[in-house]
Design a protein around this ligand. Structure first.
Ligand code: SF4
Ligand code: SF4
Length: 429
């Protein structure tokens, strides 16, 4: 059986730039700026004041509600300021500036006395664990689904071009990823899990197979974009379809990222809250690598370590398909920063936008079976009724349509704008 989904695209992977480079520690600078909004949901409330001494692992922001997550210091040192700073999404959020004393003295969580459903969920919440594939949804919320769940899927697909940090993690820390998977299974009360990983990573697949147990299957997925999108992953492995407007839990499935599973292992077995992550630095203008990097390190600090400084024409946080081009280098690394790309001009398309030629390539590429060309037209006219008819809210913003368009139509941008318009209209109603 071929584990795949319908439609999608085959962009050039460019993983070779960084895939052969093992994870090493990224040097943490004298100052870090830790965002209190590193997750989907309410920003955390600061628990420290200027002048306070902290350790790596000290709680500095408390989750503010059910859909929110705790934030921890990534260094030991002194709190210097609380301030609003830009984020990678182009918004602003409260940050805590900490002067790093270079000692990295650690504050750990209390060891769990017993490992069961309740204690693992409580630990995931306490450790501030969120979806680390980029979605940053608080993981404890996913571990308490309203509907009964029978299967856990671990997403190690890493289908975005350039990014290789999950690949290195699965290769170098396969046992830990599998252990995290077992802990997530305990939290969900399920007896079956699958780790899905694209078949262009045979050594990581072998490492995971060696480490896995009978009830955790390792599934080599067809290499195709967006294989790592939640709905496509579920269909590829289980042939189940998430209903329109529904959640994976509605069809008995929870999906977590491989790095999230690793973070759960670290929080339960090593009592370490989430304040650092694996991140890829890549692109033809980069000095490529895969790094363990502390949250709060600014993009500027990473940029200044690149040899191709003057060749950098674009900086992207995340992958080239779903990531965010950066207007400046002030944002800092968060729990969701999977990669920073430093691209030369030759790596992206700056050709002019021309009118649609009705070729339907965008529709043929869309994994959600939408009609991007009609959505684009309705979006340009702010035609809310038509946008709803065209099921715009099912768009997963994967970018396959824009990638395929010979007229260079900025389809995803148009769809995102229209979705915001629709949300505002909904708000008014
Ligand atoms: S319409 Fe949305 S889901 Fe379909 S290809 Fe474009 S971005 Fe992806
Ligand atoms: S791919 Fe581009 S040109 Fe072709 S139908 Fe879609 S929007 Fe129009």
């Amino acid at each position: 059986m071929r584990f795949t989904f319908r439609r999608g695209i085959h962009p050039e992977g460019r993983k070779h730039i960084s895939s052969g480079i093992p994870l090493t520690d990224f040097p943490t600078p004298a100052q870090v700026y830790i965002s209190l909004s590193q997750h989907i949901g309410a920003p955390a409330e600061p628990t420290v004041a200027v002048g306070d001494k902290v350790m790596a692992g000290t709680l500095i922001g408390k989750a503010n509600g059910f859909v929110s997550a705790n934030i921890f210091s990534s260094v030991s040192g002194t709190v210097k300021a609380l301030m609003m700073r830009p984020t990678a999404l182009g918004t602003k959020a409260n940050h805590i500036e900490i002067e790093n004393d270079g000692q990295y003295t650690k504050e750990l969580l209390k060891p769990l006395e017993i490992i069961n459903k309740e204690s693992v969920i409580a630990r995931v919440k306490e450790a501030g664990i969120v979806g680390m594939g980029g979605a940053t949804f608080p993981t404890h919320v996913k571990l308490m689904p309203k509907n009964p769940v029978d299967t856990l899927l671990i997403n190690a697909a890493e289908c975005e071009p350039y990014i290789t940090c999950d690949y290195r993690l699965c290769l170098e820390k396969a046992k830990e990823v599998v252990r995290g998977t077992e802990l997530l299974m305990i939290a969900l009360g399920v007896e079956r899990a699958y780790i899905g990983i694209e078949d262009n990573k045979p050594d990581a697949i072998a490492a995971l197979k060696d480490a896995s147990t009978d009830n955790i299957g390792i599934i080599p997925l067809v290499t195709k974009y967006p294989q790592g999108a939640e709905k496509q992953l579920i269909y590829s492995i289980l042939r189940r379809k998430v209903p329109v407007g529904g959640l994976p839990a509605d069809i008995g499935v929870v999906v977590d990222n491989a790095h999230t599973a690793y973070a759960v292992y670290d929080a339960v077995d090593n009592n370490t809250p989430l304040y650092r992550r694996a991140m890829t630095v890549s692109g033809l203008a980069a000095t490529p690598g895969n790094f363990w990097i502390n949250t709060g390190v600014t993009y500027k600090e990473v940029f200044e370590k690149q040899e191709g400084l003057s060749d950098t024409a674009k900086v992207i946080s995340g992958g080239p398909m779903m990531g965010f081009a950066q207007a400046n280098l002030l944002p800092s690394v968060t729990k969701g920063t999977s990669s920073l790309l430093f691209l030369k001009e030759s790596e992206f398309n700056e050709e002019p936008i021309t009118p649609c030629i009705n070729c339907a390539r965008c529709a043929n590429a869309c994994p959600m079976r939408l009609m991007p060309m009609f959505i684009d037209q309705a979006a340009l006219q702010d035609d809310i009724e038509e946008l709803e008819k065209l099921n715009i809210m099912s768009c997963i913003e994967c970018g396959s349509c824009s990638y395929s368009c010979p007229a260079n139509r900025p389809l995803v941008m148009s769809i995102k704008r229209a979705k915001n318009l629709l949300r505002k209209q909904g708000g008014k109603k």
